[in-house]
Design a protein around this ligand. Structure first.
Ligand code: ZN
Length: 655
């Protein structure tokens, strides 16, 4: 980083790396890299674009969504005032600049984040714009390039900002399915919700020299662990050493590296198109695909080609065997189980570039449960009390619910990569008369149990175990039930070394494509990205005294208020209770708890949970997999679009 000295037009800058005094024009000529020590200065989005894309090739996306203040957030300053100040300070309307361009003649859609604008935070508008960019890439059949710089989700927009991680990720998933290259370029700094979603679940991840990336920020990690951080922690070189990025690239080489990737992807697509044409000319090839002859003969070979290559896993390379045609359809496949093992077509039926004509996802199969919402609202308690109830040590855990609400639980262990995380439990269980895959965070009732379970904070191994079980459920055609109860993902040093951000990001992306019903229940604490890693679902339920939030009240208070004792104020501002989340359209139903709360009668709480899950799951069982995935994506697509005057259906209540 380079600090400017003097005033006016910034003639001179002092390098933060070596303290050299540098002539500003010379620095700019050197792409804002210190010629003395090589330190990379942070770039705003306009300058980044100027350096990366062909001159005059950039065309901004035509529409800019309206402002949102979905939860009426006020800390010491109303959120709209912060937006006004950010605009004045940057000259930008939002924290991302999106559009189409060419790089070395190769067309791309690209989104470039700007850290100067509210820390590059991911709010509803940012999520909407990046999603539209990805949809534009899909529509145009071109690669997507994302240049990230962000502190994470925008807490002033509450849990809706958290949802943007899923909204953008599923747009990335649609590109994956269409065989279109996605590249992220990590720049300094990239953290939190952005790191744990589209910054790391793209095909290729480049880190600019000097970039730092992680799920938890260094200050939080030091606070939580009480340890000094290792030298070079979370730097680009650290990420490379720990297998989390494909390469570290000097700024002067960035454009050339991108060019090679884009050229390779383009030539591969040209080869595939040629192969598709040859395939169409061979009648015996069509014979192998009796269900989809129309798709093949029209040159839309995704489904047919994949059928030739055998069953797909949910993220296999199969999805990249596609042509340029419209998404494949699988909604006419009668056998849900067979379809579940063929996620290719399901994943092809993704988000459309023209937005969403969603019919919403409410199946209204749980009216008895939904009635409870009014009762809950009537008994309005202070949100901070609810936070404390959600954290009560006597509150039933996932293993308790497996005992009371499910039968015959058989636990499955391990991520198959070297570890078994005790903070996540999962396996097969019966719910009523059918088998389901249950995956949940596991806390404990006393200090020893909590320590043994890492307080329900999943490590990357925990997220990868969950991922393995989700994929297994998809192959077997089993519904997935997740029980969410975590203060957040493990913010430790080892978790960062092992790729916490990417582990969460991959779960979010995979859930957005899973061809089996997914019902998530927030049973206690739904803490940020760690919660979302299990909660991209067809139905999201919350227990009456559960909370679900983009950041803990303590964390929010520490950042936005003068001191962390303002946590109760933050709890109120964040709108994190079950009725709040229902009003925002993030939760579908509230599951009643026995009086005074679930810890008072765990057996009864288990029975109420069992009935609620059954009521919500049953209507999903008959939904064809492709429809299921399409509706799930519509659900998460709404959170950006609805708030910003986009094409989505309107949901929820804006206070
Ligand atoms: Zn320097």
């Amino acid at each position: 980083m380079t600090a400017t000295v003097g005033h006016g037009e910034q003639l001179w800058s002092r390098c933060d790396g070596c303290e050299a005094l540098l002539y500003r024009k010379r620095l700019r000529r050197n792409l804002d890299v210190c010629p003395e020590c090589g330190s990379h200065v942070r770039l705003g989005a306009p300058e980044r674009l100027r350096q990366l894309v062909d001159p005059s090739s950039f065309a901004a996306l035509p529409d800019r969504p309206d402002d949102v203040d979905p939860i009426g957030f006020v800390d010491v300053l109303p959120y709209p005032h912060r937006l006004v100040a950010a605009r004045a300070g940057t000259g930008l309307p939002e924290a991302v600049v999106c559009g189409t361009a060419t790089i070395g003649g190769h067309p791309v859609a690209l989104a470039v984040m700007d850290f100067r604008f509210l820390g590059g935070s991911l709010g509803c508008v940012v999520g909407e714009l990046i999603t539209r960019t990805a949809e534009r890439a899909l529509n145009d059949g071109v690669p997507l390039v994302l240049v990230t710089a962000s502190g994470g989700a925008r807490m002033q927009e509450g849990a809706l900002s958290l949802m943007q991680m899923a909204t953008v990720s599923q747009a990335v998933a649609a590109l994956r399915e269409a065989g279109l290259l996605t590249v992220s370029v990590l720049t300094d700094p990239t953290y939190g919700g952005v790191a744990a979603s589209f910054a790391t679940n793209t095909d290729v991840v480049l880190a600019e020299s000097g970039a730092r990336m992680g799920f938890a920020g260094p200050r939080v990690i030091r606070q939580v662990t009480g340890r000094d951080l290792p030298e070079g922690f979370q730097t680009a070189e650290f990420l490379l050493r720990h297998g989390q990025v494909d390469m570290v690239v000097q700024r002067r080489s960035l454009r050339a590296r991108l060019l090679v990737l884009l050229a390779a992807a383009r030539s591969a697509r040209a080869d595939r198109r040629a192969a598709d044409r040859r395939l169409v000319c061979r009648p015996e090839a069509v014979q192998l695909m009796p269900r989809q002859p129309a798709a093949v003969s029209a040159g839309h070979s995704r489904v047919g080609l994949t059928a030739l290559s055998g069953p797909a896993t949910s993220d296999g390379p199969d999805g990249r065997v596609g042509g340029d045609g419209p998404p494949g359809r699988l909604s006419d496949v009668p056998d849900g189980r067979a379809a579940a093992s063929r996620s290719d077509g399901v994943r092809g039926d993704g988000v459309q570039a023209d937005g969403v004509q969603g019919d919403g996802v409410r199946t209204d199969g749980a009216q008895a449960v939904a009635v409870q919402v009014d009762g809950v609202r009537a008994g309005a308690r202070d949100p901070w009390d609810t936070v404390r109830t959600a954290r009560h040590p006597g509150r039933p855990t996932t293993l308790d619910y497996l005992d009371t609400a499910f039968d015959g639980f058989v636990e499955l262990h391990g991520d198959r990569l070297g570890a078994d995380c005790p903070a996540v439990v999962g396996g097969l269980a019966r719910l009523g008369d059918r088998y389901v895959m249950v995956i949940g965070h596991q806390k404990g009732h006393n200090t020893a149990e909590l320590v043994a379970r890492n307080f329900g904070m999943a490590s990357p191994a925990g997220h990868r175990k969950a991922l393995r079980l989700m994929r297994l459920a998809a192959r077997l055609g089993l519904p997935v039930v997740t029980l969410v109860d975590t203060p957040g993902a493990d913010p430790g040093v080892r978790a960062e070394e092992q790729g916490q951000a990417a582990a969460i990001a991959e779960n979010i992306l995979t859930l957005s494509s899973l061809p089996v019903p997914v019902v998530a229940v927030v049973t206690g604490e739904g803490g940020s990205g760690g919660a979302l890693a299990l909660a991209v679902a067809d139905r999201v339920l919350m227990l009456q005294h559960a909370v679900y939030s983009v950041i803990s009240p303590e964390g929010c208070a520490a950042i936005l208020w003068p001191d962390s004792s303002a946590a109760p104020l933050a709890a109120r501002a964040l709108r994190l209770t079950a009725p709040d989340l229902c009003a925002l359209g993030i939760a579908d139903d509230v599951v009643a708890e026995p009086e005074p709360a679930a810890h008072g009668d765990p057996e009864a709480a288990g029975e109420l949970l069992r009935r609620a899950v059954l009521a919500n799951l049953t209507p999903l069982l008959d939904v064809p997999p492709a429809t299921l995935v399409r509706r799930r994506r519509q659900r998460f697509r709404r959170y950006g679009a609805a708030r910003t005057g986009g094409a989505g259906a309107t949901v929820g209540v804006v206070r």
